[in-house]
Design a protein around this ligand. Structure first.
Ligand code: ATR
Length: 289
């Protein structure tokens, strides 16, 4: 029985309306994950996939208010483009320069970014409870790396090296993050020493992702037993990097938890309730087959 009902933000009904805007959107696991979460919380409502072409993004954001959605997630390619249409931007969105969650408070739309904090919550829950003082290497310098480095810096690591195929981008991101802590950019070809001294190595690139699961973002021979190797990719659940790292005696951490916890934070912002994380995780694993 569904017992938790919500006034929608226009005050016209009791259903909690949520969704995810992207282009394409059919592949998204968010609707299945959040639908299961709403059911587990006994909330009457719906979380729907919203296929929004870039030229209709402004209309779609206005429709959140018109239709009385409590909130939406925003995914590729809209995470940056959506920002000018919002009324407020949380510090998490401003520091990353992208939005993945919108909350509608009586027509006032606030943009948040839960990707970075979702990743860190997952890393701490599943692999490294205390990141303070850690030496970290981040592979990649794109949007995902930016969110993760920003969130990692809140945990006060000793240092973060950002390594990227295009070294200028690593240096640029390091420069942008430098006031948050000890961050340097390095070329992917020069990572041997940094990786040897690292406690945690994190892959934020798409190398190894379905449909190219043979890719390796770094030479596993550089890794040492006992290191934590983390991969943002969750399809496949165990990337080649993680499989080879585990064989070498490393502790591994996959990307599924980041996806689950970015959704958990969003759901908590929309409802004020604690997200049913295990139900959400199980649902995504099942939908990945
Ligand atoms: P995201 O938002 O997922 O981070 P992005 O902003 O396009 O996506 O960034 C992709 C990252 O993966 C970049 O760091 C990119 O390296 P470059 O800056 O050199 O392009 C990295 N990347 C993608 N494909 C790669 C490959 N085949 N080898 C090495 N790095 C790769």
């Amino acid at each position: 029985m569904l017992t938790n009902t919500y006034q929608n933000v226009n005050g016209t009904g009791g259903e909690l309306l949520l969704g995810v805007m992207g282009d394409p959107i059919a592949q998204s696991k968010s609707p299945a994950m959040h639908t299961a979460a709403l059911r587990a919380l006994n909330i009457s409502g719906a979380y729907v996939p919203l296929h929004i072409a870039p030229e209709r993004l402004g209309d779609a954001v206005q429709a959140i208010r018109t239709l009385g959605f409590r909130g939406v997630n925003v995914t590729i390619p809209h995470k940056v483009a959506v920002m000018p249409y919002l009324d407020r931007l949380d510090a998490s969105a401003l520091s990353v320069g992208a939005v993945n969650t919108i909350v509608n408070d009586k027509g006032v739309l606030t943009g948040y970014n839960t990707d970075g904090i979702g990743y860190v919550r997952s890393l701490k829950a599943e692999a490294a409870p205390d990141i303070s003082g850690a030496r970290i290497v981040v592979l990649g310098a794109g949007g995902a790396a930016r969110g993760i480095v920003t969130a990692l810096l809140q945990e006060r690591p000793e240092r973060i090296f950002i390594a990227n195929r295009t070294p200028d981008k690593a240096e640029e991101l390091a420069e942008a993050c430098r006031n948050g802590g000890n961050v340097s950019g390095i070329a992917m070809d020069d990572i041997g020493e940094a990786v040897a001294a690292a406690d945690i190595v994190i892959n934020t690139t798409s190398v190894g992702m379905y449909p190219h699961p043979d890719g390796l973002p770094l030479d596993p021979a550089l890794l040492k037993p006992g290191q934590i190797i983390s991969d943002l990719i969750y399809n496949p659940l165990y990337t080649r990097l993680l499989t080879e790292a585990q064989e070498l005696g490393c502790r591994i951490h996959g990307g599924l938890g980041m996806f689950v916890y970015q959704g958990a934070y969003a759901l908590e912002y929309w409802t004020g309730l604690t997200a049913p994380v295990e139900t959400m995780r199980r649902t995504v694993v099942e939908s990945l087959g």
